[in-house]
Design a binder for this molecule. Sequence first.
Ligand SMILES: NC(=O)c1ccc[n+]([C@@H]2O[C@H](COP(=O)([O-])OP(=O)(O)OC[C@H]3O[C@@H](n4cnc5c(N)ncnc54)[C@H](O)[C@@H]3O)[C@@H](O)[C@H]2O)c1
Length: 326
Amino acid sequence: MNIRDGLANKTVLVTGGAGFIGSHLVDRLIKVGAAHVVVVDNLFVGSEENLVEAIATGKATFYRDDAELSTSLEYIFANHTIDVVFNCATKALNYSFLNPANAFDTNVKVVLNLLELMRRGLFKTLCHFSTSEVYGSAVYEPMDEAHPRNPTTTYAAGKAAADMAVESYVRMFDVDAFIVRPFNNYGPRQNHKGMLAGVIPITAVRLLAGGTPEIHGDGTQSRDFIYVHDTVDAVIKLYEVQPSGETVNISTDNQITINELIPRICTYFGYAGNIERKAARKSDVLCHNASNQKVKTLIDYQLTPFHEGLALTLGWYRERLRGLSQ
Ligand SMILES: NC(=O)c1ccc[n+]([C@@H]2O[C@H](COP(=O)([O-])OP(=O)(O)OC[C@H]3O[C@@H](n4cnc5c(N)ncnc54)[C@H](O)[C@@H]3O)[C@@H](O)[C@H]2O)c1
């Protein structure tokens, strides 16, 4: 049974909407008929290029600003009558090794700013993006939504605190907010630059630049990779049916180890050379095997096979880097 009307004709704010998942969400919101999509992103990692198609429709407005500052959100809300907010703003997990306190702060402050605006009645529904990182290494598998939260980084600690803030505002003030908890996403537009990049883009770009791929630790650490369009599809569907205050995992039922992943990327690019072994990254979780039972009971859950999504993704990086080098 639907709890909320669809997103057609709604004015939607996406924080972190120039980033990887956020920008795909913006495109999808326009496709499902949102009246207007407002994006706030400080371009810490995000890029205006990710929004080119959205802006071209005339249905999106971009603010380069900092959602950690309540004043930034205040003036955006003064300019637009927002119905729904999707909170995607974050600073990448790896950043928490450089600036642990700010990684924590960003995750907590942005959501608190939004919750306060919602409590004051400035918008109706919040969809908050959590992360599988809040679980830490698996105590049991597959990890369902009741798995203990045991963050191993300040990034994840901030995300766990943010989740609890959302849950407590729902209990205290009866606001309409729900939490989606994606596992590792991959796909076009994922940041490939510097130490904040994800493993798939960083390996793809390294190989395309003639470099040597790397595996950190013994490579037996595994991840549950989900194609970004599948995550966005699930979030759009969950919006209509997910009860306020609840959390839903968004992942696949497939585990892939880094030892399996890196050679697959090498094969795609026809690389048969050496794979460099590096020291394990401190606090790298060993396993993220999710349970999808809950999401499957709520929506028609469609997943792209990993080999298809990986080929689409690697093809995108090849085209993109070719474009940049011309
Ligand atoms: N990518 C994944 O595998 C994954 C997995 C689990 C959960 N998530 C969650 O999904 C959401 C989106 O992640 P993503 O992969 O698209 O990350 P991303 O880094 O690509 O996007 C986050 C965006 O937030 C922006 N940002 C950072 N600080 C900001 C601030 N103070 N004000 C405004 N904008 C700010 C960044 O510039 C970036 O564009 C995040 O909440 C993340 O925790 C992502």
